[in-house]
Design a protein around this ligand. Structure first.
Ligand SMILES: [Zn+2]
Length: 489
């Protein structure tokens, strides 16, 4: 009799906990449709904050805002200092004009951590001298002038102005090497040029001063501007130079350096597990973004989706067996710095992470996931509530066919890299342009067009629900996901 009562209670308890789980999931699904706030977060990140590179006050502001949001939803917040940079960099507005009878406004950008002007500065324009003889012919005229560099297509990185690059250029010049990029760079800076102008394809990609930003002090700041100009305007101006026409360019560029050190953080929101609190299902996106535009898709959209997944679960009263961690990374654009630090510090022991889901790559709809055979049943169970959720955006779990890939040995792509390199499952959702909006991430990636209007609300809102439901389902399993057959080794 006792035994029967015991098993009855056990069954009842199981049924109740299953019911509780269903209730949370049902609530997430319902809130996902009736009170989805993904685009509220996006509005704040893209329109209120905007560009937020490592080095800027805006990135600190964004960190504070994320942490505050997490706290207001009842999450536990851990703040992990991950990046320090000696000199800070903030960006104000920038504008420029060609001053002549047929003058026009200039369409341009400057990489982060490059020089601004001292108020509006105007000067004549010269074509780049390519050797000592050409330099000697113009050296007296270069002071206070702008110089056109015919570098061809650019990735958007700043010209390498480091001492090492100077000595490389000098050595190449001495060897008589051809095709040296900006061979007389240092001589022109010493001669007092206002700055350099390179042609940029549209929409222009404008990145940062990768060569020097971490080595700068207030005593060795860049002096000459580094301007990327609409290639069509560049051609017009170049023709005027060739024709020796009389005209000037004026630029007003508010690039501000200030003494650091500036510190940046991973913001980690946690819903604590009830049975296995030291085991984690994780998801994340990066908060830092280039500042030529507003980092709306890269990776504002990912941050918004990750945040909304957290909010939906918290609002639904989720108390999963295992902990769920929502990672808002720093320093991705400068080399995956935040997620690398997190993994290498073993912030969470590697064998306690069930899976890390990364989202960074366009505001598309998470519409499927492909997993190794050993994970298949668990994923089906976790994702089951999604199968009939939105008929317009069907969701499927696919079993990987064929051999596993070798474990990656080099970091690249995004914040999943250091997880994967260390054998931690970092399976991500496949994101699709389900409705056929002709979205091509490459069109806007790292460009001046990475703006709020490129976001696709229906896809992002849907993805927040997918991430929340899946993470919750995996966190409620009786075990961590199997790593069998994850990688080749
Ligand atoms: Zn990104």
């Amino acid at each position: 009799m006792k035994k029967t009562l015991f098993s009855f209670l056990a069954v009842l308890f199981m049924a109740l906990s299953l019911h509780a789980q269903d209730k949370v999931t049902q609530k997430v699904l319902e809130l996902g449709k009736t009170d989805n706030r993904t685009m509220e977060h996006a509005d704040y990140i893209a329109r209120n904050i905007g560009g937020r590179i490592v080095g800027s006050h805006m990135l600190n502001h964004a960190e504070d805002w994320v942490a505050e949001q997490f706290r207001s939803w009842g999450l536990e917040v851990r703040i992990q200092e991950a990046v320090t940079i000696g000199v800070g960099f903030d960006r104000g507005p920038w504008s420029g004009r060609m001053l002549s009878e047929d003058g026009f406004a200039l369409h341009f950008g400057t990489p982060a951590y490059t020089a601004g002007t001292r108020g509006p500065q105007k000067g004549r324009v010269y074509l780049e001298p390519k050797n000592q003889r050409e330099f000697d012919r113009v050296k007296g005229a270069l002071k206070g002038s702008w110089v056109l560099l015919e570098t061809g297509a650019t990735s958007g990185l700043a010209i390498d102005a480091s001492p090492k690059a100077d000595s490389t250029r000098a050595a190449q010049l001495a060897e008589g090497k051809k095709d040296i990029q900006v061979p007389m760079y240092r001589q022109m800076v010493e001669a007092g040029v206002l700055g350099f102008i390179r042609p940029a394809q549209l929409p222009m990609q404008v990145l940062y001063n990768r060569a020097m930003c971490f080595d700068l002090t207030m005593d060795n700041l860049p002096r000459a501007c580094d301007i990327l100009l609409d290639e069509h305007q560049f051609e017009i101006i170049k023709r005027k130079c060739v024709n020796r026409e009389d005209f000037q360019l004026e630029f007003d560029i508010r690039n501000h350096f200030f003494p650091g050190p500036m510190k940046y953080h991973n913001i980690l929101g946690v819903i604590k597990g009830t049975q296995y609190p030291d085991e984690y299902v994780m998801m994340g996106s990066h908060l830092d973004a280039y500042d030529i535009a507003t980092g709306s898709t890269d990776d504002g959209q990912g941050v918004c989706v990750t945040m909304e997944a957290a909010r939906l679960l918290a609002a639904a009263g989720a108390r999963p067996k295992r902990s769920i961690m929502f990672c808002i990374w720093t320093g991705e654009e400068y080399g995956l710095l935040g997620s690398k630090y997190f993994v290498e510090q073993k912030t969470i022991p590697w064998n306690k992470i069930s899976n890390y889901f990364n989202r960074d790559g366009g505001p598309l709809a998470a519409s499927s996931v492909t997993v190794p055979p050993a994970m298949y049943d668990d994923f089906v169970k976790a994702c089951e509530p999604l199968f009939n959720y939105n008929p317009d955006i069907p969701f499927t779990v696919n079993k990987r066919e064929g051999e596993p890939q070798p474990r990656p040995t080099r970091a690249g792509g995004s914040d999943h890299a250091y997880f994967a390199m260390n054998g931690i499952p970092a399976i991500s959702f496949r994101e699709m342009d389900v409705f056929g909006y002709d979205f091509i991430y490459r069109d806007i990636w790292h460009t001046e067009d990475d703006l709020y209007d490129k976001l696709i609300p229906a896809y992002m809102e849907h993805s927040a629900v997918v991430q929340a439901v899946t993470a919750y389902g995996l966190a409620n399993l009786n075990h961590l996901l199997s790593r069998e057959g994850l990688y080749k080794d």
